[in-house]
Ligand binder design. Structure first.
Ligand SMILES: [Zn+2]
Length: 251
């Protein structure tokens, strides 16, 4: 409680009354935080462009016990991503990430790993805007993993045997992964290529994953998109809002 100073990513903002805004951000030290920015809608607001979605900022706010909304005091831009705002696919991807964070991260629950992952993904998207889908898949897999909804991809859940690099596997209805011998042909089959990419996502940075995805086949990109969509739908018990393949034509 009291004054808080933390790094944050602005997720979205809403109008509040005549002159104010409600700002939702993912903070490094306090998870998802909703705050009121007084006077943010005035022409000469002290907030300037700092409340634009996915701006990386230092957030200074006042928190009162028992109140869900905090009061923003100062917001300082650490990094803006104006170039991304001109890329429609990237803008949709960022909106979708905001949606995922709000779905999977409970308010005021610190999750520094989620913050660092989101920050690195925005950075990767700015560096490799042609690999929007790879950045989105990275964000989805890590969001699932951090929330405890990603199955173990290393071994078969039934016989415990470690899966080989070129093996396919089946995801059962109970969300565990089974090798071909144990699968009994129930559930979705995942190709070795998709499994490899999902394991890679867990090992490297989003920028390295985006770069490693250059030149990967359309079918492989589509399959991975379908896999994450189903995993998220099962976790949320409905289709995720804003999910798309995000595969751009020049890939
Ligand atoms: Zn098995």
């Amino acid at each position: 409680m009291g004054l808080v100073d933390t790094e944050a990513i602005i997720l979205r903002s809403y109008r509040l009354a005549e002159a104010d805004k409600i700002v939702i951000s993912l903070t490094k030290s306090a998870g998802v935080v909703r705050g009121v920015a007084n006077g943010a809608r005035r022409l000469k607001s002290k907030y300037g462009a700092s409340l634009e979605p996915f701006t990386l900022v230092t957030l200074n706010y006042y928190e009162k016990e028992g109140r869900e909304l905090v009061s923003l005091r100062h917001v300082e831009i650490l990094k803006s991503y104006f170039d991304l705002a001109r890329n429609t696919e990237a803008v949709h991807a960022l909106e979708y990430w905001g949606e995922l964070v709000l779905e999977f991260a409970p308010p005021h629950e610190p999750n520094e790993k989620l913050f660092r992952m989101a920050k690195a993904c925005v950075e990767a998207l700015a560096e490799e805007p042609g690999q929007v889908d790879a950045c989105v898949r990275y964000f989805e897999i890590w969001t699932l993993k951090l929330a405890g909804f990603l199955p173990d991809l290393r071994a078969c859940a039934a016989c415990k045997r470690e899966l080989g690099e070129d093996e396919t596997a089946t995801i059962n209805l109970d969300q565990t992964l089974h090798c071909a011998a144990c699968s009994k042909h129930v559930g979705d089959k995942w190709s070795s290529e998709s499994l490899k990419r999902m394991r890679l996502i867990q090992r490297v940075s989003p920028l390295n994953f985006a770069r490693a995805s250059t030149g990967s086949a359309m079918a492989a990109r589509r399959e991975l998109s379908q896999i994450t969509e189903r995993l998220i739908a099962r976790a949320l018990e409905r289709a995720p809002r804003g999910h798309s393949n995000f595969i751009t034509a020049d890939n």
